[in-house]
Design a protein around this ligand. Structure first.
Ligand SMILES: Nc1nc2c(ncn2[C@@H]2O[C@H](COP(=O)(O)OP(=O)(O)OP(=O)(O)O)[C@@H](O)[C@H]2O)c(=O)[nH]1
Ligand SMILES: [Mg+2]
Length: 215
């Protein structure tokens, strides 16, 4: 079991999906309850931490936000190991991003540990009038890839917390095979992120919310 400095379990969660689907916005909404209309393309990797409590168990989430650009896809792949959950994000207003889900799921199957929890998120539900992917299609795809399914809006915050609450609940049921394994893995992740990030230093945001409870 991996412990951080305050001896809490650390769960590694990764956000993947095509460019511009809202991965960074989901992370910003979840960790800081903020939304930015401007599009700041992620280059390489960023991560944020958040403290949560599940079943009276305090733990730290280490959430990695990957770049959607094709050029960075291999970096995302190299991060799949030792993750508790991987969240595939697509836009409800983009069939291209929907059609890419199978490819992301294949990447995950080939590069992650057995038992990793996969969640599928159709984002931008606030743009209902521009929706091109139906809820039925989303649910069907989630079933195909054995994932939980959520429809969200980072813009309004709708269902954003639910992604993490229900994903973590599933993780907690599968603890044996999906914990982050060692301090070394965390250190490796940080070293890699520094190597690939465009920023001179890792953009590490620490957000604490010890009151959140999953169940
Ligand atoms: N209306 C609306 N816009 C959103 C939502 N989520 C994100 N956006 C906007 O979509 C654009 C892209 O969002 P990002 O979060 O940067 O997307 P990303 O997936 O991180 O993109 P990459 O870093 O390039 O992979 C930004 O202009 C956001 O403001 C949403 O739920 N609703
Ligand atoms: Mg981004």
């Amino acid at each position: 079991m991996n412990k951080n400095s305050s001896q809490q379990e650390v769960y590694k969660i990764i956000l993947v999906g095509n460019q511009g689907v809202g991965k960074s916005s989901i992370l910003l909404r979840y960790t800081k309850d903020l939304f930015n209309r401007e599009y700041n393309v992620t280059v390489g990797l960023e991560f944020a931490s958040k403290k949560v409590t599940i079943h009276d168990n305090a733990l730290t989430l280490q959430i990695w936000d990957t770049a959607g650009q094709e050029a960075f896809r291999s970096i995302a792949r190299s991060f799949y190991r030792n993750s508790a959950a991987i969240i595939i994000v697509f836009k409800l207003t983009s069939r291209d991003s929907y059609q890419s889900i199978t490819g992301w799921a294949k990447d995950i199957l080939e590069n992650s540990d057995q038992g990793v929890v996969i969640s599928l998120v159709g984002n931008m539900i606030d743009l209902e009038a521009e929706r091109t992917v139906t809820k039925e299609e989303g649910l069907q795809k989630a079933e195909e890839i054995n994932a939980l399914y959520f429809e969200t809006s980072a813009a309004t915050g709708q269902n954003i917390d639910d992604i993490f609450i229900y994903t973590l609940e599933k993780v907690s049921k599968q603890l044996n095979s999906i914990r982050t394994n060692s301090e070394q893995n965390v250190r490796d992740s940080i070293i890699l992120s520094q190597k690939y990030s465009s920023q001179p230093e890792i953009n590490q945001k620490q957000t604490e919310s010890t009151n959140k409870s999953c169940c």
